[in-house]
Design a protein around this ligand. Structure first.
Ligand SMILES: Cc1cc2nc3c(=O)[nH]c(=O)nc-3n(C[C@H](O)[C@H](O)[C@H](O)COP(=O)(O)OP(=O)(O)OC[C@H]3O[C@@H](n4cnc5c(N)ncnc54)[C@H](O)[C@@H]3O)c2cc1C
Length: 427
């Protein structure tokens, strides 16, 4: 009997959660499952801002795939989820063949969960002159560049130049922008500044957060948005709302405030020694025929999360099957994984009448604002402050797959309560 082969493209939230559900059946030999991912680890993106600012080490935000999926050897031959570290180049849906940079793989059922990449919205100079925060390398690069800026500025005597070098601009008023700006403030003012003595003064350093919308964190109730805004101001962050970015240069960001929209020439250039672009994402586009795309680039799926009879798509790369495109959130991807698992199995067993419809149910969300503060909406209850922050950390800790990782992070978080951040430059 031919054992159906399910191939999952992408080892992020959507892919891993689907594979974890399928693993039991794979271990029993009922199905074959292969997961293909660019890196050899699952990346826990919600903690990236802490890695980028020395609050956590890179190992805390990543779990190696081969430690998540341990093959069972009880039957004499390894069974379970097979892992392939590789980059998918193209998918031929007619021959059901995936071409990676290493080999070709034939599938019976395809699960696409290849995630998203940074969206610069065609802003001139943004891609060339900004750093991003999408993967571990981005986080480590950002951390190094922040430290470099301090090192270089510490030997400059011209105070105007020093101020330019130490002006940090974060573009994006969503959760990632708020979280990274707050952590940046902690790194810069509480760890780096004291480490450079009199060579750098507090007034030499500036952090600006730019949001194109009239408010930060637009997913929240206005009261929480205001709380978040005030908290950032307390952290010496210069928050500019209703401000769109016109262009980004090597040492500046050209902005236009909402009141000036329509007045073509009314733009201002603010100095920027380091620009971080976290203003949005777009789906990663893979060369795959036979699927329909939404104008946003996401693959269109039906309410069962199918792009075709044997192709299931979830996470940031899928429209989500729930009417309007689903929010690009880990929470959405993990809920979809459950539906994809059930629908793949129903399809394999020919139980089309048992296919499940995907309906997103938000459990709420929490956004950290530096150490000891978070805002959020959990099950309709608005919370902020230390309790929200504690909840944010606890929830994320239990999202990791192994106790080994949880203890690792807990250890780093505990040390972080007593000691300053790690400013070892790795790259
Ligand atoms: C900094 C940051 C913070 C975030 N914080 C939160 C948060 O607090 N809460 C929340 O709900 N969401 C958060 N998100 C969003 C969340 O990470 C995404 O919505 C979620 O990861 C989507 O899951 P996914 O499976 O679609 O994609 P991903 O988790 O991004 O996984 C995609 C995987 O596919 C792999 N891949 C891509 N292309 C290929 C290819 N060609 N070949 C092989 N592998 C490939 C990638 O390497 C990656 O591992 C955050 C995102 C970022 C960037």
């Amino acid at each position: 009997m031919n054992i159906p082969h399910i191939v999952i493209v992408g080892g992020g939230f959507g892919g891993i959660y689907t594979a974890r559900k399928l693993e039991k059946l794979a271990k029993k030999g009922k199905i074959k499952v292969t997961i293909i991912n660019r890196t050899n680890y699952f990346l826990f993106t919600p903690l990236l801002h802490e890695v980028a600012t020395g609050g956590l080490s890179h190992a805390s935000a990543a779990e190696p795939l081969r430690q998540i999926f341990k093959p069972s050897r009880s039957t004499g031959k390894p069974l379970g989820v097979a892992v392939l570290q590789g980059s998918v180049k193209s998918i031929d849906t007619a021959s059901q063949t995936i071409t990676t940079d290493k080999c070709q793989i034939v599938y019976d059922y395809l699960v696409m969960a290849s995630g998203a990449e940074t969206n610069f919205y065609g802003t001139p100079g943004a891609e060339e002159n900004s750093l991003t925060l999408k993967n571990l390398l981005d986080a480590l690069t950002l951390r190094s560049k922040i430290i470099d800026a301090f090192e270089d500025a510490s030997i400059v005597h011209d105070s105007d130049l020093r101020k330019k070098m130490l002006s940090f601009v974060v573009v994006g008023g969503g959760a990632t922008g708020v979280e990274i700006a707050a952590e940046l403030s902690e790194l810069v003012f509480k760890t780096l500044l004291p480490s450079y003595g009199f060579s750098i003064l507090k007034e030499d350093v500036s952090i600006t957060l730019l949001a194109s919308s009239p408010d930060l964190l637009s997913q929240f109730h206005p009261k929480l948005r205001k709380t978040a805004f005030n908290e950032l101001i307390k952290k010496d962050i210069n928050v500019k709302i209703a401000t769109s970015v016109v262009s980004v240069g090597k040492d500046f960001v050209e902005i236009k405030s909402a009141v000036a929209i329509g007045l073509e020439d009314h733009t201002t250039k603010i100095p920027s020694g380091l620009t971080l672009w976290v203003a949005g994402v777009k789906p990663s586009i893979l060369d795959i025929q036979g699927v329909n795309r939404h104008p946003s680039g996401r693959i269109i799926v039906d309410s069962f999360l199918r792009a075709s009879k044997n192709i299931f798509v979830l996470g940031d790369t899928s429209t989500g099957g729930d009417g309007t495109p689903a929010p690009m959130l880990a929470q959405v991807a993990t809920q979809q994984a459950n539906i994809v698992f059930q629908n793949v199995m129903s399809t394999i067993y020919g139980n089309d009448n048992k296919l499940k419809i995907f309906k997103y149910k938000s459990k709420g969300s929490l956004v950290s604002i530096g150490k000891w503060y978070a805002v959020g909406d959990v099950g309709g209850v608005k919370i902020s402050g230390k309790f929200a922050w504690w909840m944010w950390r606890t929830i994320y800790l239990f999202k990791f797959f192994s106790w080994r990782k949880r203890f690792y992070i807990l250890n780093e978080w505990t040390l972080g309560l007593f000691y300053s951040r790690d400013i070892t430059k790795i790259r």
